[in-house]
Design a protein around this ligand. Structure first.
Ligand SMILES: Cc1cc2nc3c(=O)[nH]c(=O)nc-3n(C[C@H](O)[C@H](O)[C@H](O)COP(=O)(O)OP(=O)(O)OC[C@H]3O[C@@H](n4cnc5c(N)ncnc54)[C@H](O)[C@@H]3O)c2cc1C
Ligand code: SF4
Length: 324
């Protein structure tokens, strides 16, 4: 049986109080819905002495639209995002495909954006990992996926993130240096041990989307073993605009491959043209050529790469359908 390690819970009521606690208490972590962090603590991946709960912070959740820009509080539950008509359809769809209904009620968008990378050799019990001599991401010196002692390729596995990047979202935060904001395309790095480019005492406060263009279309395609609960083996976020049958913007991001979501190049080939069968085939091929799934997740990498082409095609077809 997996036992929870003992820790003390703190319940700050303001962002300032939460950040102060995080800076002052050694061995502390933020916890939002706890749907990822608490299983990870049970697996011995983290051993915090203090958890700073974000669930009592006033004004930490909610969705507002000001001059077309959409601001989603980091503490907004995935269930609320999934059922909101204020957010783009692709983001609502991605949120609706995270885990199971109970996780989406508890889990937050901020927690999804800050989700740790995942790996078959890492998301296991302490005994399981010990039997294998641990690995580079925790307690060990060697990566079982790529045979390296320098690099971890655990996969970025948050479903909402590929769509958020395709939508050109930014995050607002409060860190040890004060308040700040960063475009999400600059948020992640290609290193599975430390995938987020922010000081780890940083508190994410909101996710902000720029105003949607006329003719906006967006969607998310997810490959997983069971169509309930499972993390993605591949995720593709698509966002753009189609006006009178002609593409005016298009962006695509693939994930669950490497530690960093991959912003796909060459999508502008569709701008000024209709998304017809030939263009969809061309873009699906461009996607296939750019993705390199690793053995860090379930599913043969060659099959997952093939599925990137298939899901890209399906996603683009969804955009055409939505524009009609
Ligand atoms: C069985 C199971 C299946 C799952 N399937 C999926 C899936 O299919 N897709 C998917 O994307 N996820 C999945 N998850 C993971 C999880 O449910 C979601 O990613 C969820 O969005 C995490 O949000 P949370 O609020 O629960 O985060 P928490 O678990 O509370 O925190 C996650 C991490 O983010 C940090 N954090 C949280 N909020 C903030 C903040 N505001 N500022 C700074 N740091 C913060 C925490 O310190 C922690 O490191 C699954 C989990 C389980 C247990
Ligand atoms: S990719 Fe390698 S180092 Fe990273 S978690 Fe997996 S086995 Fe460990």
């Amino acid at each position: 049986m997996l036992r929870m390690q003992p820790f003390e819970v703190h319940l700050p009521e303001t962002v300032a109080e939460a950040c102060k606690l995080r800076s002052e208490l050694a061995d502390s972590l933020f916890v939002a819905g706890g749907t990822d962090l608490l299983p990870n603590i049970k697996h011995g991946l983290f051993t915090p002495k203090h958890l700073i709960s974000l669930s009592h912070i006033d004004g930490f959740d909610g969705i507002s639209v000001v001059d077309g820009a959409i601001r989603i509080g980091a503490g907004t539950s995935l269930d609320v995002v999934a059922n909101s008509t204020d957010v783009p359809p692709g983001l609502a769809k991605a949120a609706s495909l995270v885990a199971g209904p109970q996780h989406r009620k508890m889990g937050t968008l901020g927690g999804n954006v800050m989700l740790d990378t995942r790996c078959l050799f890492y998301n296991q019990s302490t005994q399981w990992r010990e039997a294998l001599g641990y690995c580079l991401k925790a307690e060990g010196t060697f990566c079982h996926v790529i045979g390296s002692d320098k690099r971890c390729v655990a996969a970025h596995s948050a479903d909402t993130v590929p769509v958020l990047l395709a939508l050109d979202a930014a995050v607002e935060f409060v860190g040890p240096e004060g308040e700040g904001a960063v475009n999400m395309r600059q948020l992640y790095r290609q290193e599975g041990r430390d995938p987020v480019q922010l000081d780890d005492r940083t508190l994410l406060t909101a996710i902000v989307l720029p105003p949607l263009p006329a003719g906006h279309v967006s969607t998310y395609r997810k490959v997983r073993t069971r169509a309930a609960i499972d993390f993605p083996q591949l995720g593709i976020g698509l966002a753009g605009a189609i006006v009178d049958g002609v593409v005016t913007e298009l962006s695509a991001v693939a994930s669950a491959l490497m530690p960093q979501p991959k912003v796909l190049k060459g999508m502008d080939a569709a701008v000024g043209k209709p998304l017809d069968e030939a263009m969809i085939e061309h873009l699906a091929e461009r996607c296939f050529k750019q993705v390199r799934p690793q053995r860090s997740l379930h599913g043969d990498p060659a099959w997952r790469r093939h599925m990137a082409r298939v899901e890209m095609r399906r996603g683009l077809e969804e955009l055409v359908e939505a524009s009609q």
